[in-house]
Ligand binder design. Structure first.
Ligand code: ZN
Length: 368
């Protein structure tokens, strides 16, 4: 039997294998603080029943561990009775099995998305740390009057946000109503894997040393990705109407088991409220978003500090609002998160963007 993390997104340290028991822990050595992402592969355990013990804190989501035969299709194993432990019975044919904190999303998954959706334009913005290429995605509307940019994975481990981004793009490409209006007037841009090196290397990204990609929006950015986005954003066409940075929250519990926006300062907070209400009223996917779940500015950890992307876009572009959307890893409003449900919620977000921008147009900036 072999246990390893020698693949894109892999992250594990194996301490010991004793009979049918494996002691292991997540690697957070590139972060200044403890974090909980892990992902590993087991080969050659056909027919065996193994118990996996995690030895460095509470690292199981509300859905327990995630399992996959190919790294693409995942299912939740559910919470075990014993903390920080899960059991798995390998079927006789299961030579290779992937386990992870949450469904994996790396360069390989992005490439598959782009193959399925040839309408998405993709270009390389720059090379980042370790030589990886940083992609920029573009959906080009007929008129290009408005522009909505998105970032995802400024924290490398926050994979569920990537499926929401796919859904946002799918809506623009295929929806016959709101999508058709977007295709006429609104460009979407996205940098889908901001911490590309962290995504591929299976790093936490959160609290990266010396600071993470969401604290890098200064006059002298540390990371090539931040510099490239700052530079290219100046050349984007259209009126930048709003900006969304897609994240995943804390591991689980309370608000972390709900979809929510991170509240912003007045007066832009009113625009975020308006947008959030439209989303709440118009959503059709299986996940339920509620305005009441948003964390208001000034509450708990939302004190507005830090050189984050949201603040950078708010201060440097004439956006009506710039906010962060938090997408739970495993449980949202009582429903289990799946890539499919996250994409459906992405459709809801894109529909709300269309409704929000249509209202702005009716308010005096009428389309001809
Ligand atoms: Zn984050």
């Amino acid at each position: 039997m072999k246990i390893d993390a020698d693949f894109s997104g892999g992250n594990i340290i194996v301490d010991a294998v004793e009979g049918e028991s494996v002691r292991l822990r997540q690697d957070w050595s590139t972060s200044s603080q403890w974090w909980f992402y892990w992902c590993f592969r087991v080969r050659g355990a056909e027919g065996r029943s193994l118990r996996f013990h995690f030895e460095d804190g509470d690292v199981l989501s509300a859905g327990g561990a995630c399992v996959s035969g190919d790294g693409i299709e995942w299912r939740w194993l559910g919470r075990a009775t014993e903390d920080n432990t899960f059991d798995y019975l390998f079927a006789p044919h299961e030579h290779e099995v992937f386990f992870a904190f949450c469904p994996l999303y790396t360069q390989r998954h992005l490439a598959q998305f782009l193959e399925r959706e040839p309408g998405v334009q993709c270009e390389t913005l720059c090379r980042v740390e370790n030589g990886y290429e940083l992609e920029q995605l573009w959906l080009e509307s007929k008129a290009g009057r408005y522009l909505v940019p998105f970032l995802a994975r400024t924290h490398a481990c926050e994979t569920m946000a990537s499926f929401v981004l796919e859904g946002i793009f799918q809506f623009w490409l295929h929806d016959p109503e709101g999508g058709a209006w977007l295709r006429s007037w609104v460009d979407f841009r996205a940098v889908p894997l901001m911490d590309k090196s962290g995504v591929e290397n299976g790093e936490q990204g959160k609290f990266r040393i010396p600071h993470d990609h969401n604290r890098d929006w200064t006059e002298q950015p540390h990371f090539a990705a931040t510099r490239a986005v700052m530079q290219t954003a100046l050349s984007w066409r259209g009126e930048m109407a709003l900006f969304l940075d897609l994240h995943c929250p804390w591991i689980r519990g309370g608000r972390n088991s709900e979809l929510f926006f991170v509240g912003i300062e007045a007066p832009q907070s009113e625009e975020l409220e308006r947008f959030s209400s439209l989303l709440e009223r118009s959503q059709r996917g299986g996940l339920r978003y509620s305005v009441a779940s948003n964390i208001a500015f000034g509450v708990a950890w939302n004190q507005g500090g830090g050189h984050n992307a949201r603040r950078y876009f708010q201060q440097n572009f004439p956006v009506r609002f710039a906010s962060t959307l938090e997408v739970p890893y495993a449980l949202a409003g009582g429903e289990m998160m799946t890539p499919q449900r996250a994409r459906a919620f992405g459709h809801d977000v894109a529909r709300a963007i269309a409704l929000y921008l249509q209202r702005i147009d009716e308010g005096g900036n009428r389309l001809e």
